[in-house]
Design a protein around this ligand. Structure first.
Ligand code: C5P
Length: 465
């Protein structure tokens, strides 16, 4: 095996590694090992999840993450098979999921299946030296924003109520200081048993949240009653509601514009551009996952509406401006849309016919939505953020745009065709503020969105923009 000397890395990288190691309570060497291990296990999760956001790259800054982390504890019941789907449903809502399986759970689902879906190894043993070296049960308990127990069996519920710590799941549940949501699943008689109801009353008094159980058929033939685990969608919605209330942007209103605008020439033809809306939609989803109330004003895109976001669909720049003004006041406005600079001066009421000379289409300028909002005398959002898609002199143009448009930050990106950014899934950002320029590493548009939300959270928390 090759050996690697940390000393040979460049200063900037070393600094980031030191900060990361300190944040995770490891030596720099152990941090590098953990990064390599996680990269080998899942290159994708390394790129998207473990990359520290540029926002947090200053010493002493809170290491609050915009991505919400759910620790899913899978108990040993037949409903455990639904927990595999629950991993996906939680991810759909923007959560990063890590799994713990009890010994009994492994009779129903495997750590391999849970780990493969979560994109990270599943944890099973309290006394596994590897797990303790990786994270340890105390860090497993503390690293999450929410712990979900599904299925929560009668036995797990009893252990929780009694404060047991004789396996990994019980120890994590006892050690955590984070909200806990349980989705009970058991035979109706076990559910109705005095001991179970007594334990549940204790857990409720302890602040544990409950979703389900539902009424219906049991796995055992001919058995019905209360005891079916809530459906994965219900559990994910309950989890999202708890995370939402505790999110970094909880209580904040965020406006995002996204996608292209489409300016009609006649009833069938339009002036448009190549914006996919991927970056703007990812930002809206990340803001919602961080607990913000989000309004997304989107031009025509082929993307699905992000969950938990109010989406206003528009076509033209003027419609976008009207929708934006209607959404105000907001705390933060992020203008990621590629608004057409011009529109046809007049839209032809009927389809323009081909005869002889090609038509001349007179254009007129569209309103600049970002500049309009940034220059508002009253009701200006606390943070107004624009994008600059440039093909040349990216930073210089972005700096000029920051002044001209009166916004607080510009996220500049090079969209020359060779970069593949337009319509692609990754992005390389230069964050231009009055304080200077920050170069962000190339990363997925989802990761850019999370980094931006963390940066916004830090800016709203402190006096400095
Ligand atoms: O001037 P340019 O189009 O390069 O500026 C890009 C930034 O301005 C983006 O944030 C974009 O959403 C915003 N913009 C706008 N209204 C326009 C043109 C651009 O909000 N008419």
């Amino acid at each position: 095996m090759a050996s690697l000397t940390v000393r040979q890395l460049d200063e900037k990288l070393k600094q980031r590694l030191r900060l990361r190691a300190a944040r995770n309570g490891r030596s720099v060497e152990d941090e590098v090992r953990a990064i390599l291990r996680s990269a080998a296990a899942d290159a994708e999760s390394f790129a998207g999840i473990s990359e520290p956001a540029p926002a947090a790259a200053e010493e002493g800054e809170p290491a609050r993450k915009a991505t919400r982390r759910v620790l899913l504890i899978i108990g040993g019941g037949i409903a455990a098979y639904k927990s595999l789907d629950l991993i996906r449903r939680l991810q759909d809502r923007g959560a990063q999921v890590r799994c713990v399986l009890t010994r009994a759970a492994q009779h129903f689902v495997t750590p391999l299946a849970a780990g493969a879906l979560a994109g990270e190894r599943a944890y099973t043993d309290l006394f596994d030296p590897q797990s303790e070296f990786d994270v340890g049960h105390i860090r497993l308990a503390r690293d999450a924003d929410l712990i979900v127990v599904a299925p929560a069996t009668a036995d797990l519920i009893a252990k929780m109520a009694g404060g047991h710590a004789d396996d990994l799941a019980a120890a994590v549940l006892l050690a955590t200081n984070k909200p806990i949501l349980i989705a009970p699943a058991m035979n109706p008689r076990m559910w109705a048993a005095k001991a179970t109801q007594r334990n549940l009353a204790q857990l409720t008094a302890d602040g544990v949240r409950l979703v389900g159980p539902n009424d219906g058929e049991m796995a055992e033939r001919g058995e019905a009653g209360t005891g079916r685990m809530a459906e994965p969608l219900e559990i994910a919605a309950a989890a999202a509601a708890i995370l939402h209330a505790a999110g970094a942007l909880a209580g904040k209103r965020v406006l995002v514009t996204s996608g292209p605008t489409s300016e009609p020439i006649d009833p069938v033809r339009v002036l448009a551009n190549r914006s996919s809306g991927k970056q703007g939609h990812a930002i809206a989803a990340a803001a919602a996952a961080a607990g913000a109330e989000v309004v997304l004003v989107s031009g025509p895109v082929t993307l699905a509406d992000p969950p938990g976001v109010t989406v206003v669909h528009i076509e033209t720049a003027r419609q976008m401006l009207a929708a934006v003004e209607k959404a105000l006041p907001v705390d933060v406005a992020i203008f990621a849309a590629a608004v057409a600079d011009w529109r046809p001066l007049r839209m032809s009421a009927s389809k323009i016919k081909k005869h002889g000379q090609p038509p001349t289409i007179a254009l007129t300028e569209n309103p600049d939505i970002l500049s309009t909002v940034a220059h508002r005398k009253s009701g200006r959002p606390r943070l107004v953020i624009g994008f600059a898609a440039e093909t040349d002199d990216v930073v210089a143009n972005a700096e000029a745009k920051l002044k001209k448009k009166g916004c607080d930050w510009i996220l500049a990106n090079d969209v020359s065709p060779a970069t593949g950014i337009m319509g692609g899934d990754s992005n390389t950002i230069r964050l231009v503020t009055a304080g200077g320029v920050e170069a962000w590493p190339p990363q997925s548009k989802d990761a850019v969105a999370r980094a931006l939300i963390e940066r916004i959270d830090a800016a709203l928390a402190g006096p400095k923009k």
